[in-house]
Design a protein. Structure first.
Length: 869
């Protein structure tokens, strides 16, 4: 029976975690033969399968042209299997079934960047996570089916590079100007980790010797001209390999580790076993062409994908609901790694800024879901800030609570128990519990509930008894879909300071504290609790959630004076920064005076600039318009927020006055030998330059122009360009032309050129029209699309006016061409319902008009969720 011609339209395509069933057949081995031609690709496969439980033999396949299928050597005709647009089913297949298929696919016209696709005229690559492998061949494409892959790749010799996972075991001539290579990956893996690459690329080579004495060949493939930009990634890779041995006892397991860079990629990078494929934006790093932030990003992503080798590849997910098992843990690991590369406080500040700026809004809107969702329509829609960032926070909380040693015992136990398996979040928490000897099972609640808990804290000092009491209360907003919300375990890291001296009080002695505060951390697990600190001689200043010890919204009755105190005396850099943010929010939204803030900054800065210029630069952060908007749940007026913020920026620029220019002129990144220090000086100088310009100081444009012209460093060049362009300086036009001519062949630099213009504070619909009709704008390259949308979103007033048409138009266009990206871009509009009228109704109408026009599961699931807000 062939039902492909008459596909069943399923009303509800929702998949539920509770319906999980083991696969009926496992795959002992797979042999793949992939022959790439200019106008099609042949894929022949041989699966050695074995029955595990009762049921049909199910192979998933999408957009495959089936030429032949054999079961145990015998060709099947179309009455012996059923086939629809999603799967091929064989009933009553024998215990041991060898399935051979021959299919034809079309990577040359695959614009979705999923499965095997042509990424450039001379490059074919794969992206199979989560469900791309079914677009290459028929296969039980689910992460709990692990197999040994042998891959033969064949192509024209104009593609000299033929790569796949594992070790190269053979290569040779295939006739008619063609050649082949055979790769074998000895470790069992799920299909989403399969990769192959066919192309014409140059390579940077290095080697690494593991703690076990294994020699590993390291290879980074990129376009010839970009090879000099691969050295930072190579160093980061070696550093990551050492770091994982040292911190987790995890050495690399194969003889070769390859990374391939492509500009046509939906996400940052992909951890395919032994053959990572990267977006160029996450590999290429060079001070002349990419910013300092991008250089940090490259190091973080290299580490992230490398760390996946153990947390994701050796131990993988049982099903896609468990995505945060691998992503949350791997993000936590890459964050810890990066904290060692630069100011740890700034790394934490930047990570929390992402959490509060993206994950918190997501979790308070229509796309809110638990870190481990319990249902989905399209799994690609669940590669979210909640899964990644909140997932990382859950691991961080458990690590904070356990301390280094016990956490390591827990992870050791996890790798010992589950190496080679596909497991669940429960398995992870159980292993951590067993290894550490500390019961962490309450943390499962964090994985299963949506929403950001509110943590209300009230402090009371009693002079007569010399006690300080802290009352804590936690709550979660009611949620119709999750009616039984429970209290979660919240590690509250805290410190008390002596208000007069600024010294931190010692709390270690058990006698001082009624409930146990261990190593400065109190585990708050109930709905309400109080802690009492005794022998506190004078009224202290308290600092709560140090280092952001839990992903919660804190409400604490700090006075502005307390916050100014913390800005000056808190030794935890994160909470020092948090004090500036809370003060600024009060000035902005509650009309507090800025004097206390400015004075505290002036007191604190000279010292911080000397010690940690990067942290100093972050202390100048003013909450973005987007962040401020995300804190408003109804009657949000973007213009009003913009005006308030602009007037605060003016006030601050004037209040800091001459300080800015003096500091700017005194700072020189060339005096710094460490990259992280020089990066800090550059960041700080750029902020100061923007402030000088805001003061209306005539010389600001000359300083900016001089900085632009004298530097070879992209962060300095871009900082100057921004000041010129965003202030419509007389030098702006020439600088933009110069930038274009200098970098027109450097895609990553050009992304910045687009972004700077899209983010102009006075950008309008014409600006965006000019950029999107520019010959260098390319809807086939997600990076370029994002450079414009990213710039546009810097300005919520624009996002919510003409930007709506831009996003709706992209979602419509990409719905068929690249639904993964179409859906992600549409998420930018998810908080439409918070807008004040009449904007709210206008945006709603635009979204509703889109509904009948979209076909993909990706875009329609997102659109439906958004409209259900
Ligand atoms: N697993 C990748 C990571 O390291 C995520 C990823 C890369 C991805 N490419 C993708 C997810 C395409 C979905 C679709 O985080
Ligand atoms: Zn990842």
């Amino acid at each position: 029976m062939n039902i492909a011609a008459n596909p069943v339209v399923e009303a509800d395509q929702t998949i539920y975690l509770k319906d999980y069933q083991k696969p009926s057949f496992l795959v002992d081995s797979i042999h793949l033969d992939i022959q790439v031609f200019a106008d099609h690709t042949n894929v022949n496969s041989k699966l050695v399968m074995q029955r595990q439980t009762a049921g049909d033999l199910v192979l998933l396949g999408r957009d495959l042209e089936l030429k032949a299928i054999r079961l145990n050597g015998k060709t099947l005709d179309n009455t012996e299997y059923s086939l629809n647009s999603e799967q091929l089913v064989i009933q009553n297949a024998p215990e041991n079934s060898i399935i051979e298929t021959e299919v034809v696919i079309h990577p040359e016209s695959n614009t979705m960047l999923e499965g095997l696709y042509q990424a450039a005229s001379d490059l074919f690559v794969t992206q199979n996570e989560p469900e791309g492998f079914r677009k290459i061949t028929f296969y039980p494409d689910r992460p709990d089916v692990l197999s040994v892959f042998t891959t033969r790749v064949e192509a024209d010799k104009k593609f000299p590079v033929l790569l796949a996972n594992g070790n190269l075991i053979e290569k040779g001539e295939a006739g008619e100007g063609r050649h082949y290579a055979i790769w074998q990956d000895p470790t069992k893996k799920p299909a989403y980790l399969f990769a192959c690459v066919i192309g014409d690329l140059a390579v940077l080579k290095d080697t690494f010797v593991t703690s076990e004495g294994r020699n590993v060949a390291l290879e980074i493939y990129a376009e010839e001209k970009d090879i000099p930009k691969c050295h930072i990634a190579m160093q980061a890779l070696k550093h990551s390999m050492c770091w994982d041995e040292e911190h987790y006892g995890l050495p690399y397991d194969l003889d070769i580790y390859m990374i391939v860079a492509t500009s046509a990629f939906n996400m940052g990078a992909m951890e395919n076993k032994g053959l990572n494929i990267f977006n160029t934006s996450c590999v290429l790093a060079d001070e002349e062409y990419t910013t300092d932030a991008a250089i940090m990003q490259v190091q973080a992503v290299i580490a992230h994908e490398y760390f996946h080798n153990w947390t994701g590849n050796r131990i993988t997910c049982r099903d896609w609901f468990q995505l945060c098992l691998k992503e949350g843990l791997t993000v936590f690991r890459d964050q810890s790694f990066t904290e060692d590369l630069q100011s740890a406080a700034v790394q934490r500040i930047d990570d929390v800024a992402v959490l509060k700026g993206h994950q918190f809004p997501e979790d308070s809107g229509p796309l809110s879901h638990p870190p481990r969702p319990d249902h989905f329509v399209e799994i690609n829609n669940f590669y979210t800030a909640t899964v990644y960032e909140k997932g990382a926070e859950i691991n961080r909380m458990m690590a904070t609570l356990l301390g280094k040693e016990k956490f390591r015992k827990g992870t050791d136990e996890y790798f010992k128990r589950h190496d080679g398996q596909a497991v669940t979040v429960e398995d992870w928490v159980a292993a951590l519990t067993a290894g550490s000897g500390v019961d962490l099972s309450n943390f499962l609640t964090w994985y299963n509930q949506p929403g950001t808990p509110k943590l209300e804290a009230k402090g009371e000092y009693d002079e007569t008894t010399q006690t300080y009491r802290l009352n804590l209360k936690q709550s979660l907003k009611a949620n119709a879909k999750y009616p039984n919300l429970k209290a979660v375990p919240i590690p509250v890291a805290l410190a008390l300071f002596d208000a007069a001296s600024g010294e931190q009080l010692v709390l270690e002695s058990e006698a001082l504290v009624e409930n146990a505060v261990k190593d400065g951390v109190y585990l708050f697990e109930q709905n309400e609790a109080s802690i009492e600190f005794k022998n506190v001689m004078t009224k202290p200043v308290v600092s709560l959630l140090r280092n952001f010890s839990a992903p919660v919204n804190l409400e604490f009755n700090y006075s502005d004076e307390d916050l100014a105190f913390l800005l000056q005396y808190e030794t935890n850099g994160f909470n020092q920064w948090q004090a500036t943010q809370t003060l600024l929010e009060r000035i902005l939204l509650n009309g507090h005076s800025s004097d206390i803030y400015v004075q505290a900054m002036k007191n604190a800065l000279p010292e911080v600039i000397k010690k940690d210029p990067l942290l100093a630069s972050r202390l100048f952060d003013v909450p973005t318009e987007g962040y401020l908007g995300s804190r408003i749940d109804a009657n949000y007026n973007p213009l009003e927020i913009q005006e308030k913020r602009n007037s605060l920026l003016d006030t601050l620029a004037n209040a800091f006055g001459a300080f800015c220019k003096e500091a700017y002129l005194a700072l020189d990144p060339a005096n710094e030998t460490e990259f992280s220090q020089a990066m800090g000086v550059r960041a700080l100088k750029n902020i100061l330059l923007a402030m000088i310009a805001r003061q209306g100081d005539e010389s600001a444009f000359e300083l900016a122009d001089a900085q632009y012209k004298s530097t070879k460093n992209m962060s300095e060049r871009l900082g100057a360009l921004r000041v010129l362009v965003w202030n419509d300086a007389p030098q702006a036009e020439a600088a933009l032309i110069d930038f274009y001519l200098r970098f027109k062949d450097e895609a990553l630099s050009m992304d910045q050129w687009f972004m700077v213009q899209a983010a102009h504070p006075k950008a309008n619909a014409e600006t965006i029209a000019y950029l999107t009709s520019h010959p260098d704008y390319d809807l086939g390259v997600p990076n370029r699309i994002r450079s414009v949308t990213g710039g546009l979103n810097a300005n919520p007033v624009n996002t919510w006016s003409f930007g709506v048409q831009h996003f709706v138009g992209l979602a419509k266009y990409l719905d068929e061409k690249n639904p993964i990206i179409g859906s992600r871009l549409l998420q930018a509009l998810s908080r439409w319902y918070t807008l004040a009228e009449p904007q709210r109704s206008q945006v709603k109408a635009d979204l509703e008009a889109l509904k009948p026009l979209v076909k993909s599961k990706n875009v329609s699931e997102t659109l439906n969720s958004i409209l259900n807000a």
